[in-house]
Design a protein around this ligand. Structure first.
Ligand SMILES: Cc1ncc(COP(=O)(O)O)c(C=O)c1O
Length: 395
């Protein structure tokens, strides 16, 4: 059996009728940018979130940039963010001219550590970007309390957590802004790039609509400096066709996670769900020692496992100028060396999940047999023979 990390082809074929109809409708309409499909999807996504206003944009990176720009964040401002995230979160902060200041993670949930966050607030801090990583939301109540105390804006990066809940509240509806990515492999994905920003404030939403469209309030009237970042009509129509299925897909992701956890909890560290939160498992991430060996072994069994993410943002070459040294974010760096993401998408079958579980279990059985063999006196003799042969003392 072969289990790839993702299978967007299977996803398309499962919904082909509805997707093809949506694309054809747009092609026939001759309307491709800022038209009725976008307005329709924005309304539908607002209903899905249960509150606020939604502005579609070109991708999840722009969504963060637009939200920060709507808060007037720019040069010389500091934005607090985790380094354990997809680097686009950091790209977006830098696009505004602001400096990212890195906060460590809570090792159990991989989300922002509130204690570390508090210790890093300075005069220059203007905003916090909590990242709801892997499908689980950051601990929003204490984050919002700190933001209120220090008068900071909060932009929730929900790229990996559409539909996740924190004490009954949807990802993207707690901070000043919630930003979403519709990258194809996300919990709901476009067939290309796409993104959105949600906000509870009508005024903010009007500002976002100008910012994403060259700063125009109406055609040829540019009231503010903006960018070009729009969710096109074809992608909006494809997203509308899929939105009714999102909850069903998230339920399936949770079932898959439960099956993995049952099958693996005695051999690896399995994900922890924060009490009161609903994790939507964009990624199912385990931890183990020697994870590269496990990934190689799984590849031999035709199971594709990946690492999200192998190098944290503060140690990336691109951000060397920020002068973070190894050891500066200990929980982040430890997680980075031990994490493995297993295949996770709603179309995975139970047979495929069980095959992944069996492959991981057989790896650990082999490891413990290997350990016993290397520890046997007979083998100790063989090893010293090899060492001696290499050093040239026997020929
Ligand atoms: C946590 C996080 N933030 C932001 C982004 C950026 O989204 P996009 O690829 O749509 O620009 C991604 C997607 O890769 C992500 O996973």
């Amino acid at each position: 059996m072969k289990v790839p990390f993702g299978n967007l082809k299977a996803h398309y074929h499962a919904y082909k009728g509805e997707i093809d109809e949506a694309v054809q409708r747009v092609l026939d309409s001759g309307y491709f940018i800022l038209g009725p499909e976008l307005s329709k999807f924005e309304k539908e996504f607002e209903q899905y979130l249960g509150s606020g206003h939604v502005s579609g944009c070109a991708n999840g990176t722009d969504a963060i940039q637009l939200a920060l720009a709507a808060c007037d964040i720019g040069l010389n401002d500091e934005v607090l963010v985790v380094a354990h995230t997809a680097v686009p979160t950091i790209c977006a902060i830098r696009s505004t001219g602001a400096q990212p200041k890195f906060v460590d993670i809570d090792p159990a949930t991989y989300t922002m550590c509130v204690k570390d966050l508090e210790s890093k607030i300075t005069e220059k801090t203007k905003a916090i970007v909590p990242v709801h990583l892997y499908g689980q939301m950051a601990d929003m109540d204490p984050i919002m309390a700190l933001a209120k105390k220090h008068n900071l804006k909060v932009v929730e990066d929900c790229a990996q957590s559409t539909g996740a809940l924190y004490n009954g509240r949807m990802a993207g509806t707690i901070g000043d802004f919630g930003t979403f990515s519709y990258y194809p492999s996300k919990n709901i994905g476009a067939f290309g790039d796409g993104g959105a920003v949600a906000t509870g404030s009508k005024e903010n939403s009007e500002r976002l609509n100008m910012l994403r469209n060259y700063g125009q309030s109406k055609r040829y009237y540019h009231d503010t400096e903006g960018i070009n970042s729009r969710l096109d009509e074809i992608q909006a129509a494809i997203l509308s066709a899929q939105l009714p299925y999102l909850n069903e897909w998230n339920v399936r992701r949770r079932e898959i996670a439960q099956r993995y956890t049952e099958g693996l909890k005695d051999v690896v560290e399995t994900p922890v769900e924060r009490e009161g939160s609903v994790h939507v498992y964009h990624l199912y991430v385990i931890q183990t020692d020697n994870r590269d060996r496990l990934i190689d072994y799984l590849a031999e069994q035709s199971v594709q496992a990946l690492i999200h993410y192998p190098i944290p943002a503060h140690l990336q070459k691109a951000y060397a100028y920020l002068n973070y040294k190894p050891g500066s974010l200990p929980n982040t760096e430890k997680a980075t060396q031990r994490i493995v993401s297993l295949p996770m998408y709603p179309e995975l079958t139970n047979d495929e999940i069980d095959y992944v579980i069996e492959s991981i279990r057989s790896y650990f059985t082999n490891c413990s047999q290997e350990k016993q063999t290397t520890e046997s006196p007979l083998n100790a003799g063989t090893q010293s023979y090899e060492v001696a042969a290499k050093s040239g003392s026997i020929s």
